[in-house]
Every structure is written in structure tokens, then in C-alpha cells.
Design a protein. Structure first.
Length: 216
């Protein structure tokens, strides 16, 4: 005799009371998607709180987006005037309101399983929005961000030309709870303080997430 717990997409996980170990038969996690992109060369002295990547879940979506993993690859192109600068950093913020504008639009998220599920509610055709900067900040008129970042990436020590830093932020269920976006919410990479003089840089962004109707 046992009981069932409904997964993200309605697929059941069965727990059997007759055995000491919990036995998960199958746990649905919704439809998995990913996006991989690279900014252009971002100009020097980028103003504080400028988004260089943003993704927005369709305001009319019947699903939530569960962000599982983000990988950032930062490279300095032209050296900053002061190579080592305290507080130089990028950070992950959640916001709500209008979609970002400008930059390069990524109209379609990549499905991680070609034969499973429909298209992403981040897709332009479905009312979502994903975009990346070319040389300057994305426009965020009508978009309000939360005060505190979800994660930060320090760049204090990579101000020389060719300086490289990579981070991987894990949010998947086996380690940390996913970051959840409700319909109309935005996830963005911003710089909490202004980038200092002369330095230009490029950022690679890779995001993995799944979309499902509800929490398990």
C-alpha cells in the first residue's frame, strides 16, 4: 500500500510503504528548454544596473518557468584603465512589468527533447521575449527589478585584456530549489555598479529551464 505525489507535469511518483527505501517510479518535470547566446562587445563604462541579457515568460502563459542552471562566460576584450577594481561584477535579477527592448532578439528557445512537449512560452510567437545586448544596455522602460540579486559574479580581478571568468549557477531540484518565473516575470543579467573606464567585454550566456503548470 502506498501513495502518489503528482510531479510538475502531472506524471506520478509512487512511494511504497512496504519497502524501507522510497521508490520514485517516474517524476514529470514539464517541458525542458535551453538558450545559448553571446553578447556583442559591450562598450566601456556601462552604466550601473544595465541589463545585457533578459528573458521574459509570456504574461498570458498557463505555466511557470523553473530555471535550473545558468552558465556565464565573461571575457575582457580591451583592458580596463584599472585592471583590478573592487566591486566590478555582474548579477542575476528577477523583475516584472514590460519586456526588455533593443539588442538582438532570440525568437525561439531550443527544445531539449524534440519529441516531447510544445514550444516555449519564452518564444516571441507565444508572447514571451528573450534578447541579448549588442554593444550597449537593453532598454527596460516599464520593467521593475527586485532589490536584491539572486546570484552575483565577481569580476574584480579580470580587468586585463583576455581576462576570463566562468561561473555555473545550479538551481535544479537535486541541489537547490529552481528559480521560478511567474507569467510576465523577467530574468536578467545586470551590473549592480557601473563598469569602470576603458574596458570592453563580452559575455556568453547559457540557460536551462523547464516549463510546467505547477509545483510538485
Amino acid at each position: 500500500m502506498g501513495f502518489k505525489q503528482t510531479g510538475y507535469s502531472g506524471v506520478d511518483a509512487e512511494v511504497e510503504a512496504s519497502v524501507r527505501a522510497v521508490r520514485a517510479i517516474n517524476v514529470g518535470r514539464g517541458t525542458p528548454f535551453c538558450v545559448s547566446t553571446v553578447t556583442g562587445t559591450i562598450g566601456a563604462a556601462l552604466a550601473a544596473n544595465s541589463p545585457v541579457f533578459a528573458m521574459r515568460l509570456d504574461p498570458g502563459a498557463a505555466v511557470r518557468a523553473f530555471i535550473e542552471r545558468i552558465r556565464l562566460e565573461y571575457t575582457t576584450i580591451v583592458a580596463f584603465t584599472t585592471p583590478v577594481t573592487a566591486a566590478r561584477r555582474l548579477a542575476l535579477f528577477r523583475g516584472s512589468g514590460a519586456a526588455a527592448a533593443g539588442g538582438t532578439a532570440i525568437t525561439t528557445a531550443q527544445k531539449k527533447h524534440t519529441n516531447f512537449g510544445g514550444t516555449s512560452e519564452m518564444d516571441t510567437a507565444n508572447g514571451g521575449d528573450i534578447r541579448v545586448s549588442t554593444t550597449a544596455a537593453l532598454t527596460v522602460v516599464g520593467l521593475t527589478f527586485e532589490t536584491d540579486p539572486l546570484r552575483q559574479m565577481t569580476l574584480t580581478h579580470v580587468g586585463a585584456a583576455g581576462g576570463f571568468r566562468e561561473v555555473i549557477w545550479e538551481f535544479h531540484a537535486t541541489e537547490n530549489s529552481p528559480v521560478v518565473l511567474e507569467p510576465g516575470q523577467v530574468l536578467a543579467i545586470r551590473n549592480p555598479v557601473a563598469m569602470d573606464a576603458a574596458g570592453t567585454w563580452q559575455l556568453g550566456v547559457n540557460v536551462d529551464w523547464h516549463e510546467a503548470a505547477a509545483f510538485s
